[in-house]
Ligand binder design. Sequence first.
Ligand code: ATP
Length: 492
Amino acid sequence: MAKEKNVFESVVSHCKEYGFVFPSSEIYDGLGAVYDYGNYGSELKKNIKEYWWRSMVYMHENIVGIDSAIFMHPKIWKASGHIDGFSDPMIDNKDSKKRYRADQLIEDKIARYEKDGKTNKAAELQQGLDDALVDNHLDKLKSLIEEHEIVCPISGTRNWTDVRQFNLMYSTQMGSVADDANEIYLRPETAQGIFVNFLNVQKSGRMKVPFGIAQIGKAFRNEIVARQFIMRMREFEQMEMQFFVRPGTEMQWYRYWKESRLKWHLALGTSPDKYRFHDHVKLAHYANAAVDIEFQFPFGFKEVEGIHSRTDFDLKQHQEFSGKKLHYFDPELGPDGKAIGNYIPYVIETSIGVDRMFLLTMINAYCEEEVINGDQKDIRTVLKLHPALAPVKVAILPLVKKDGLPEIARKLMNNLKMDYVCQYDEKDAIGKRYRRQDAIGTPFCITVDYDTLQDQSVTIRYRDSMKQERIAIDSIASLIAKEVSLNRLLTE
Ligand code: ATP
């Protein structure tokens, strides 16, 4: 088994070697914190998105999807608070010329205190950090760095600049005349595209509160320090859903979505020990409750998804900045027997990063197993992905390249390939071909052999148990359909 501390490195190199994730622009030495998904990675990513979309949009009659543009009116980001407040505190070391997030330097120091058993020191520094972040107090961050003698990991010195705010939004120009009026932003979250379409969707879909709008799409953040592979990227993808509710009912929906989203994660078969909730104690000014779903990555528990009760902040802001009324008329009768009438709905948001979910899935699936091969011991690398997420569902392998076996295998492949991603492979010994499929997580290998010529049956080999069985060719499609079904995942 790969040692816990090496799992991350093994997954990163596996992703590259087997065509899951490549550094972007690699032949030009890459581009910081930007990645491309390869032949298998793009399939796995698509399947993760499909699982989310179906669970949110198809399984809830009161949730619909949209696909809003990445470019939006610049006033949207003023209204949402991103122009003034979407920034991280940065600090430079004058000797190494390296730039850091001041809060992350402090967090790393807290982790070191904890590791060294200095729990009081850790708690004191944590308290200082929380206070400084809530008050957005840059000088306080700098003095914490000085007081706790935090050094630059590269130069080892304490020759720091002041802490400054760094806005994470990318801006560009729309139109051919470059002046401020034309400055627009690449969205740092997909949520605002949902808020500004709230009335369009409500009216065109005749939606009744409570209802949700879901969206999957790219987001861009000029992260000061990007680290841990696809964990923190500058271009990434989000799956967000805003659920519009009657004011006063938001806590009940917040609890519903908190549980429901954890169930979504666990339905993939991941051990519940690997997940935990992290309730936010200090809340953003617009939120009245917030929780992160954290996964135990090899480098510690980290956020994969956030569930936020955002009050009516966003819709109110857009109403004010656009001058357009964003009210909902609730026809239901209140306790006084009269229609509840007009209000701005409250919002519960669920927000998950596709790329973090991808990394989680790879880390969770990656296994190095000892197997006995005759009188020899061997190590096989296998991705134990849920069959519904696996990039290739079935490999079709003629035992030999002659005697009519490839023809039968090809025919089988042609029957299946419109419905499932299949792979035909006739090169190398069968054991080697099985290993190749294990490494990309293919749940089923079908081998066509000499008996097939006689009895129209094939050998099916299961990835995780490596068990082999004879089954009739005619029953393959239904077996695969059952095993890879998202419906089964969502309803069982
Ligand atoms: P973090 O604290 O890790 O920066 P965040 O609280 O800023 O995350 P949100 O703004 O709540 O994150 O975004 C929702 C989700 O989007 C996160 O839970 C994460 O899965 C994903 N996400 C956010 N930033 C990035 C990034 N730079 N790269 C990849 N995924 C990201």
